[in-house]
Design a protein around this ligand. Structure first.
Ligand code: NDP
Length: 348
């Protein structure tokens, strides 16, 4: 049995040196037996961009606590219950929720409260509970349908559009009858957006770096009604210039900012073109998925038929083995993942 620990806090881009694969200590039987605790065998681990801010030395209060150097990294995953002291869960049940980057984890309260039992007859891959049927799926649903207040016929732009969240926002927008365009960082991803996910248009932002505003103007001659923000930085500045009056921006994430060093943050002049917010009466709202867990049943009832009847597809990038997890996580910040990044555990 093994685990992956964070060795020390990270400044700048994380590397494999910041993490280490170690033999796991024996299962803490006393902790596992405590009221409300659950011992699980991990089957799939999720690599998510928000894990990078948790690797930084905790200076500012965040909605999520920093990782503890020396301890197993924690994150979303799909697991099988080995032993349970939480009512409603029994050995053999499949669950998704917060677990550890290790073969076996003791999940303790309050995290056992968000362990969600999986109905194994769904007819969809178990790994989907790290993506479309898990946290990123609910994020896309809440962010698009609830935060953006979209209407049929509106124009929608999505950045990091081929990823875990973006590919879903694009498909949800198309299903609603919006005109949707995405940006991504390679030709392969742009092809996926158009040919697999049904975006009406897409472009490689790395090839338009000199003139992102022009690239958007070409695709949205009359402007953007809804921007689903995943990256921030220069893309946000370009989008602000292209928004329509009464446009809406849902700030889901700002991945271009997560690896900035303290010096880079200090030197940062901030986001330009903010006067557009006023002149165009734009509504810009950040949101986090944990605030909206109560909408999960509503989301599942809505999305499962779309999956089963082929109207929504999902692309995953699956890495094999716990030893591959650090590289898979780091890859998110270099755009190496094509689709949702998952790690499949092959338990000894
Ligand atoms: P993805 O699967 O999209 O993976 C990250 C992608 O971001 C990479 O593949 C890469 O794609 C792109 N990227 C990386 N670095 C940069 C950069 N410097 N500039 C532009 N693009 C970059 O991740 P998710 O779909 O899981 O997450 C997308 C966003 O949503 C993130 O910002 C994340 O933090 C946020 N999020 C927020 C949640 C919330 O509750 N608010 C919940 C879940 C996610 P490419 O090749 O296209 O550059």
């Amino acid at each position: 049995s093994r685990r992956v620990i964070l060795k020390d806090y990270v400044e700048g881009y994380p590397t494999e040196e910041h993490m280490e694969l170690l033999p796991a200590a024996a299962v803490d039987e006393a902790a596992a037996a405590e009221e409300g605790s659950v011992l699980v065998k991990n089957l799939y681990l999720s690599c998510d961009p928000y894990m990078r801010p948790k690797m930084s030395r905790p200076l500012h209060q965040s909605y999520t606590a920093a990782f503890v150097p020396g301890a197993a990294i924690t994150g979303y995953g799909v697991s099988e219950v080995v032993r349970s002291s939480r009512p409603g869960l029994a050995a053999g049940d499949l669950v998704w929720g917060m677990t550890g980057w290790e073969d076996y984890s003791v999940v303790k309260p309050p995290f056992t409260a968000i362990l969600t039992k999986i109905q194994p007859d769904d007819g969809v891959p178990l790994s989907y509970y790290t993506g479309i049927l898990g946290m990123p799926g609910l994020t896309a649903y809440v962010g698009f349908h609830h935060i953006c207040s979209p209407k049929a016929g509106e124009t929608v732009f999505v950045s990091a559009a081929s990823g875990a969240v973006g590919q879903l926002v694009g498909q949800f927008a198309r299903l609603l009858g919006c005109h949707v365009v995405g940006s991504a960082g390679s030709k392969e991803k742009v092809d996926l957006l158009i040919n697999k996910f049904g975006f009406h248009d897409a472009f490689n932002y790395k090839e338009e770096d000199g003139d992102l505003a022009g690239a958007l103007k070409k695709r949205f001659p009359d402007g953007i009604d809804v921007y689903f923000e995943n990256v921030g930085g220069k893309m946000l500045e370009a989008v602000l210039l292209n928004m329509k009056v009464h446009g809406r921006i849902a700030v889901c994430g700002l991945i271009s900012q997560y690896n900035l060093t303290a010096g880079e943050k200090e030197a940062d002049v901030g986001v330009r073109n903010l006067t557009s917010l006023v002149s165009k009466r734009i509504k810009m709202q950040g949101f986090i998925e944990p605030d909206h867990k109560h909408l999960y049943p509503e989301y599942m009832a809505w999305v499962l038929p779309h999956i089963k009847e082929g109207r929504v597809v999902y692309v995953e990038d699956v890495a094999d083995g716990l030893e591959a997890a650090p590289g898979a996580l780091i890859g998110l910040y270099h755009g190496r993942n094509v689709g949702k990044q998952v790690v499949r555990l092959t338990n000894p």
